[in-house]
Design a protein around this ligand. Structure first.
Ligand code: GLU
Length: 451
């Protein structure tokens, strides 16, 4: 791991003391603090006014019981979370994650990342995140609906289009957003479309929102490649995951002339040297909700499935790697393999998918590395566009919306690059993203008094 400036060390010690047993949160804070030494050297007032300490402490954290009845009539209990991290720039904004690994530390790391990511978009949105340890795998539609309704029965009192605006994340897609919005509407007797994003088009959703995170990451990586005079044309690409982010990354990479040769889920990965058949992948994952091995079974000869205990998707040689599954999915060892196989660029579609060791390996090898808080910001940016459409009771075309997304991603890329340059680390997108995001939030907080 890189070092934190000695002036910032006490802040990190206090974060670990106060949030014990939350390694992912410590990791996310550490990565940002590593970048801030150069900022406080230039602007000591950020230290004097305890802005970093304040930014590391969420404004509010809600933890609640979610009781629901399963199909056999048995009562089940899950835990619900909403961490309202920072509202200096706008209402709290960030997704809900349903996954058995969810705990308060995971939600805090995600909310912390979200705060800087949202700042980087340049849109008026603060940072928050929520979720539950509920496991949607194998649940019936009725169980999913009853769970979402129960969760919203508590959560609704903490939300509002000017207060806190959730969306999806792992385990939460259009179906779950619909059930949550439906329950919010019943409880409040208000058609407040801007209270949640990722809605279907039929009731106030935005075109291109589903595609936005994957498309956005692809735009970001394309902009990085262009700084080296190259692009996706003819490049071999590996995209981990096979959820919403992965699927639309594959779609855009293919549109840009790249060839995606592998993708994965938690059970393993498939290699298709002919290029992933996107229609088949969508059918298996989105419609049939089956495991990735089914892709190899349907495709037959020449396509391999390798189970997770036998290897990693990062063993597949590629020019560009786009981790789009989950946190810490790409280890230092995986990064070593990718570098040995001559990877030239990495774009993080997921939140914090590379371990600190992996990031170090990429940076030491001179690989173009786009951190998630910049590269995957297209999803939440398009959520902000959805809020704009809801507020003006308007609905834009796909082309208009994608054009805005592309411009936002270009702007985030250029901001990160310019900030890295300004702080003496040209080409370091991690530093650029952390500093640009932090400064925007810190300056707003400063103007608002001691908040
Ligand atoms: N969960 C997504 C993210 O990590 C989207 C959040 C949103 O649209 O509010 O950025």
């Amino acid at each position: 791991m890189n070092c934190i400036d000695e002036k910032l060390q006490p802040i990190f010690s206090e974060v670990t003391r106060r949030n014990c047993g939350e390694p992912e949160f410590h990791q996310a804070v550490h990565e940002v603090l590593e970048s801030l030494g150069r900022v406080v050297a230039k602007h000591p007032h950020f230290l004097d006014q305890a802005l970093i300490e304040r930014i590391c402490e969420p404004e509010r954290q809600v933890i609640f019981r979610v009781p629901w009845v399963d199909d056999s009539g048995k009562v089940q209990i899950n835990r619900g979370f909403r961490v309202q991290f920072n509202s200096a720039l706008g209402p709290y904004k960030g997704g809900m994650r349903f996954h058995p690994s969810v705990n308060v530390g995971i939600i805090k790391f995600l909310g912390f990342e979200q705060t800087f990511k949202n700042a980087l978009t340049g849109m008026p949105i603060g940072g928050g995140k929520g979720g539950s340890d509920f496991d949607p795998k194998g649940k019936s539609d009725g169980e999913i609906m009853r769970f979402c309704q129960s969760l919203m029965t508590e959560l609704h009192r903490h939300l509002g289009e000017y207060t806190d605006v959730p969306a999806g994340d792992i385990g939460v897609g259009g179906r779950e957003i619909g059930y949550m919005f439906g329950q919010y509407k019943r409880l409040t007797n208000r058609y407040e479309a801007g209270v949640i994003t990722g809605k279907a088009l039929a009731y106030g959703g935005s075109r291109a929102r589903t595609e936005a995170t994957g498309y956005g990451n692809t735009y970001f990586v394309q902009a990085m490649l262009q700084t080296k005079g190259t692009d996706f044309e003819g490049k071999k690409v590996v995209v981990s995951g096979s959820g919403n982010v992965a699927i639309y990354t594959i779609e855009k990479v293919q549109a840009f002339g790249g060839k995606v040769v592998a993708c994965s889920d938690s059970s393993g990965y498939v290699v298709d040297e002919g290029g992933i058949d996107l229609a088949l992948l969508k059918e298996i994952k989105d419609v049939r909700r089956e495991r990735i091995s089914e892709y190899a079974t349907v495709k037959g000869a020449g396509v391999h499935f390798i189970s997770a205990d036998k290897g990693s998707v990062w063993d597949v040689p590629c020019d560009v790697a786009m981790p789009s599954a989950t946190q810490n999915e790409l280890s230092g060892k995986d990064a070593g393999t990718l570098v040995k196989n001559r990877v030239i660029a990495v774009g993080e579609g997921a939140n914090m998918p590379s371990t600190p060791e992996a990031i170090q390996v990429f940076q030491d090898a001179g690989v173009l590395f786009a951190p998630g808080k910049a590269a995957n910001a297209g999803g939440v940016a398009t959520s902000a566009l959805e809020m704009q459409q809801n507020a003006s009771r308007d609905s834009w075309t796909f082309e208009q919306t994608e054009e805005r997304l592309a411009a936002i991603m270009r702007n985030i890329h250029d901001t990160c690059a310019a900030t890295a340059e300004e702080y003496g680390a040209p080409g370091n997108y991690v530093l650029g993203a952390n500093i640009a995001g932090f400064v925007r939030v810190a300056e707003a907080m400063q103007m608002l008094g001691v908040i």
